[in-house]
Design a protein around this ligand. Structure first.
Ligand SMILES: Cc1ncc(COP(=O)(O)O)c(C=O)c1O
Length: 455
């Protein structure tokens, strides 16, 4: 059988030798594209425990301590802040190293990654991998450096007419709000900031749906929301909101259609959902939080008709002569990038998929539910995130009356527990549980919070 261009290149470059140069297959839908990862990775990089045992046994049980051992998190601390910026698991570190070595050995490799035929194009591999995870199509995805830049590209690019408005909520991150404000400041649109609920602890699906319905006017060109909100830990029912937007769009012309833009950074990698089927028109997320992807990576996914509603903002290296309609290729910020990070995203996707998106989500949920029940049962603690699983995910916001959010974080840090703060209009101490955590971590932080209340 003829050797593929990609394999020929790797072998010629001396980067695949002996057994490593033999073809291998992987079990994921990105098998062909991700094959190089499996081939070139050093032993111990695959999702197995340090002893070589698989992370998931034949009956589907996950060895969570083996999962944790894939990370270099300091063992003398409890890390309940993994949502801040990803620690890289072993397969991601190995892939970053492999790509760095490739480019150090032969920088011209990057030309092939960018412009080579599809069998060697790293972009193809990257998008196929993300599409498999999101349940979308590769051509619907624009890899971007992070959520913030993705949101900026979307709102700056959105075709709006004077008199139209962009609606965003006070629960959204300032990156989202400012992306909207900066786009509107160019004179095309007005901004309206709304509120979908008053009290996060008692929020209901009907309440957010009704408030959104009331907020959309015929002038509303986009609604920006956050799937899992870092301000409160509330998970919005995106499919329900999508129905509200769809009803408001009935009878509207394409140029008047209201687009639902979702900041999904705290749901991607934490929730078991096909993002492309949530009902959003545009979904923006970093892959460097819950997905544990390389730092400085993210994506914009949009439906094909939504891509056509955007204009390119930065020169793309994937389509040098853009013509209408706009495609995802046009939104990918061009220039040479930190390719060892960008192209290592499939290793993170692969890691998640091998554990199982459903198992990752169940683990995140189980630990968070334990945490929230414990906080709710602690007299003197105010829990702001809903107990309902439908309206919460891996983030939990709470308060210890008498202590401000910095004091809570500082006092826990003294006890070697790392948490963060939700730096919003109303700031709260915030905890996040994920696949790097054990139930002992949850019990430990609960015990320390109870100590704080008593002191
Ligand atoms: C809800 C939300 N959106 C966006 C961001 C910014 O993410 P990124 O670093 O991917 O730009 C954050 C940061 O923590 C966030 O919490």
């Amino acid at each position: 059988m003829a050797m593929s261009n990609r394999r020929r290149f790797l072998v010629n470059a001396g980067l695949l030798t002996g057994a490593a140069a033999l073809p291998t297959t992987t079990a994921t839908t990105t098998a062909t594209a991700a094959g190089a990862t499996a081939r070139a990775a050093p032993p111990g990089d695959a999702p197995t425990s340090p002893s070589g045992q698989p992370l998931v046994d034949a009956s589907g049980r996950v060895d969570w301590s083996a999962v944790r051992a894939q990370f270099r998190l300091a063992p003398d601390r409890v890390h309940l802040n993994a949502f801040l910026l990803s620690p890289h698991p072993a397969p991601v570190r190995a892939e970053i190293d492999r790509l760095r070595r490739l480019m150090d050995a032969d920088p011209s490799w990057v030309q092939r990654a960018y412009w080579g035929d599809p069998s060697v194009k790293e972009w193809v591999r990257l998008r196929a991998s993300l599409a498999g995870y999101l349940g979308g199509r590769p051509e619907e995805i624009a890899p971007v450096p992070n959520t913030t830049i993705g949101l900026a590209l979307v709102y700056q690019g959105l075709r709006v007419r004077p008199g139209q408005e962009l609606f965003v909520t006070e629960h959204d991150h300032f990156a989202h709000q400012n992306a909207v404000r900066l786009a509107a400041a160019r004179g095309d649109a007005e901004v309206r900031v709304g509120r979908l609920y008053d009290d996060p602890a008692t929020v209901s699906v009907d309440e957010v749906a009704e408030r959104l319905r009331a907020a959309i006017t015929p002038r509303t060109r986009a609604v920006g929301v956050t799937w899992v909100q870092s301000s409160t830990g509330v998970k919005l029912p995106v499919p329900v909101l999508a129905e509200v937007v769809a009803r408001a769009n009935a009878g509207r012309a394409e140029a008047d259609r209201c687009l639902l833009v979702v900041d999904g950074v705290h749901g991607l990698g934490a929730e078991d959902a096909d993002v492309a089927a949530l009902g959003a028109d545009i979904f923006v997320s970093g892959t460097h939080k819950w997905l544990f992807g390389p730092r400085g990576t993210g994506l914009v996914w949009a439906r094909p008709d939504a891509w056509a509603q955007l204009r390119p903002v930065t020169p793309s290296f994937l389509r040098r002569d853009p013509v209408e309609p706009t495609t995802a290729d046009d939104l990918v910020p061009g220039g040479f990038l930190a390719f060892e990070h960008v192209f290592a995203v499939p290793a993170a996707v692969d890691f998640h998929r091998r554990i199982g998106r459903d198992r990752v989500a169940a683990r995140t949920r189980e630990l968070s539910a334990r945490l929230r029940r414990g906080l709710a049962d602690t007299p003197g603690v105010v829990l702001h995130t809903p107990l309902s699983e439908r309206l919460s995910s891996g983030l939990t916001c709470f308060e210890v009356p008498g202590l401000d959010h910095h004091e809570v974080a500082d006092r826990l840090a003294e006890r070697r527990i790392r948490i963060t703060n939700a730096q919003y209009r109303v700031p709260y101490p915030r905890l996040g549980t994920g696949i790097t955590n054990r139930s002992e971590d949850v019990d430990r932080v609960l015990a320390e919070i109870r100590r704080l209340v008593r002191s």
